[in-house]
Design a protein around this ligand. Structure first.
Ligand SMILES: C[S@@+](CC[C@H](N)C(=O)[O-])C[C@H]1O[C@@H](n2cnc3c(N)ncnc32)[C@H](O)[C@@H]1O
Length: 236
C-alpha cells in the first residue's frame, strides 16, 4: 500500500496532476504495446520491491500499466514516472506507413491521448505520473532534483549512440541497490550492442531472456538460473 505520509514523486517534481481535469475518451483506448508483460517485470518487482520506477519509452503505456497493476497486486506502493515525448521514434519517419501509428492531427502526433485513455481505463492514474519530455532533458532535470529510482526501464531509442547515452544518463539516477531493465536486447542489433558496451563500461554482468536485459547497480547482485530470484555473485 502507498504510505500516505510519503510525499508523492509528483509533488517532489512539482508536476501538475495530468488527470485532474481529464475527460475520459473511450475511443482513444488502444491497449497495444511491445514486450509489455515480460516475466522480468514481475520478477524484478518481487525481488527489488521498488518504491519509485522511472520508465523511459512509454508509448501507449502498456509496460507502465503492467508494472502498475503488478506492483499494486504485490502491495508495494510503487509510483512510476512515465517519461516520453509521445512523438514516436526515428522509424516513424523512416519506415513507410508507420507515421499513422502516431495518430497525427494537424501534422502533430496525438499519441499522448491514447496513453491517458489507457491509464484511465485501467484506473492507474494514482500511480503513473507522466513526464512529457525528451529522455535527455528529463534525466538532467531529475538529477538536478536529486531523484533516485529503485528500478528503471529503458525502451526508447533503438539507435546505438542514443541508446548508450540513455543508459549512461539513467544509471546516475539509479539507487545503489537498484536495477536497470533494458528492452529490445537480442531484437535490435544496435540496442544489443549498446547494452553490451554499457555493461562493459560499468563492469557489470547482463542477465537476459529474449528481448529484455537486466543490469544491477550493486556488483554483488545477480540472478539464479531461473532468472527470477536474486542471488549473490562473486566480485573480484
Ligand atoms: C517502443 S516504444 C515504447 C513501448 C512501451 N514501453 C510498451 O511497452 O509498449 C518507444 C517510445 O520511446 C519514445 N522515445 C523515443 N526516443 C525518445 C527520447 N529521446 N525521449 C523520450 N522518448 C523517446 C517514443 O516516443 C516511443 O513512445
Amino acid at each position: 500500500m502507498k504510505d500516505v505520509n510519503t510525499p508523492s514523486i509528483r509533488d517532489t517534481l512539482g508536476l501538475e496532476d495530468a488527470f485532474a481535469t481529464y475527460v475520459f475518451d473511450e475511443s482513444r483506448v488502444d491497449l497495444s504495446g511491445w514486450n509489455s508483460t515480460h516475466a522480468f517485470f514481475r520478477a524484478l518487482l518481487e525481488e527489488f520491491k521498488p518504491k519509485l520506477i522511472l520508465e523511459l519509452g512509454v508509448w501507449k503505456g502498456m509496460s507502465s500499466l503492467h508494472m502498475a497493476v503488478q506492483s499494486k497486486k504485490l502491495g508495494l506502493g510503487t509510483e512510476i514516472v512515465a517519461i516520453d515525448t509521445w512523438l514516436g521514434s526515428s522509424a516513424h519517419l523512416s519506415s513507410k506507413g508507420r507515421r499513422a501509428e502516431l495518430s497525427p492531427r494537424n501534422g502533430y502526433p496525438t499519441l499522448y491521448e491514447t496513453f491517458l485513455a489507457n491509464v484511465h481505463s485501467k484506473g492507474m492514474q494514482d500511480v503513473i505520473i507522466p513526464l512529457p519530455m525528451d529522455g535527455n532533458s528529463a534525466a538532467y532535470a531529475l538529477k538536478r532534483l536529486g531523484v533516485k529510482a529503485d528500478m528503471i526501464h529503458i525502451d526508447a531509442s533503438h539507435e546505438y549512440d542514443a541508446c548508450l547515452n540513455d543508459f549512461r544518463n539513467y544509471w546516475d539516477l539509479l539507487a545503489d541497490d537498484g536495477v536497470l531493465l533494458c528492452d529490445d536486447y537480442g531484437i535490435w542489433a544496435e540496442v544489443s550492442r549498446a547494452v553490451c558496451q554499457f555493461a562493459a563500461e560499468v563492469n557489470r554482468p547482463v542477465w537476459t531472456s529474449m528481448a529484455k536485459a537486466i543490469i544491477c547497480k550493486d556488483p554483488s547482485v545477480g540472478f539464479d538460473l531461473t532468472l527470477t530470484k536474486r542471488r549473490k555473485i562473486k566480485v573480484l
